[in-house]
Write a protein that binds this ligand. Sequence first.
Ligand code: COA
Length: 437
Amino acid sequence: MHPDSIDHANLAWFREAAPYLATLRGATYVIAWSPGAELDTERSLLADCSRLALLGARIVLVNGIRAPLDAALGDAGIESAFHEAVRITPSSQMPIVRAVAGSERLRIEATLSAGALSVGFDSRRLAVASVNAVTARPFGIHGGVDHECTGVVRRIDAAALKAQLDSGALVLQSPIGWAPSGELYNLRHEELATEIATALRADKLIFLSPRDVTTPLIESGLRELTPAAADDWITQQARSASTLPLQCAASASRRGVTRTYVLDGESDGPLLRELLTRDGAGTMVSADNYEGLRRAHPDDIPGLYQLTAPLVQDGSLVERAIDRFETDIEHFAVVERDGLLVACAALLPHTGGVGEFCCLATHPDYRNGGRAAQLLAFLEQRARELELDTLFVLTTQTTDWFSERGFVAGQPGDLPNSGQVRYSPSRNSKVLLKPLG
Ligand SMILES: CC(C)(COP(=O)(O)OP(=O)(O)OC[C@H]1O[C@@H](n2cnc3c(N)ncnc32)[C@H](O)[C@@H]1OP(=O)(O)O)[C@@H](O)C(=O)NCCC(=O)NCCS
């Protein structure tokens, strides 16, 4: 590329990325990923792994085999059985599991090496290593169901993995573990990656997940979470295979992995966007996360009162007695930063499928950071879960903010009876409505 053809966007990007590029060297990243996206997306994702490794990051790529295994079992006329979202692996299916894990390993290794070449590095500089570092045991009998050769990690040989990483190799880890008896077990790659990241005390554990895992998180405005907030969300969603990456992220975070991420593995360049840009690309779970959005609990009542009282005084919020916080607390969501509540909002369900979005406030020191927008996204998602089809808000000073976010003007007569009771003609508030798609 001729220097004159480098445009300002590229220069600006490099300037933003430079400090992050500097942190790559020597940092340990464990990446959990399962093939299944378009082949081009897969190639570019693996080429990015090669790029990061060649720039000095210590990478353990833990690959899943779900989609190719389902395809191979399907070819053999077998449909996998699951119990509570965990696959049952009868010993009769292990030859297929072994064959798929082996061929996937070879295919991924080749793509990584080709990726290193295609990004302009000499392929000989990227060694892709495999280590027999994972000992497993049977997952066992749960709810009376024997999961046979489905396994869980028993021990990770961190020293063996570190030796490979020290030598500059990228470690590619299949989701198979061996028992001292010689038996092999089929592991969930997300759990395996969690164990490896914990054993290595990795700097980052990254789940590159299918879009149906990441979209609900993004739509709920969940960009940064504490493990407790992640647990809350998982309970709301009801635990399932699609909450597994977030469950694992919360667990790793509690066990000392500083930063864990759930990213859209089907998007373009999720690793580069997360590791090399200021805003990142997905959802981060971190125990020392100093800011997080979550549902409120009774201990928040004094903080809520403190946050909203000045806004009641200047007339931007309706007065709310402290005992109203007590009765409505389950309907509130809050953003907490370093133990301080910096933003809040509530969703009060009314009759007729209508919900009231109210008590929206952001601490003056923390405005214009997208917190109110995140709270709206979070509570809209909650409203959908409660099968509400319309939101309304009564506002005196924030009409434009809501209009820009899909609310349209209505009349007091459009409100359900319980909402009309809350409408105070003396405030002359505007009634705004938003249908939920
Ligand atoms: C309105 C409020 C909650 C926004 O909080 P926030 O966390 O700063 O909001 P966000 O960061 O998501 O959005 C910021 C954007 O809204 C705009 N905005 C802020 N207050 C606004 C208002 N009253 N009317 C229109 N737009 C407004 C900002 O200029 C900014 O715009 P930009 O993104 O184009 O720069 C906050 O200003 C507040 O607490 N106000 C007092 C209480 C209140 O009026 N609550 C609403 C009761 S119905």
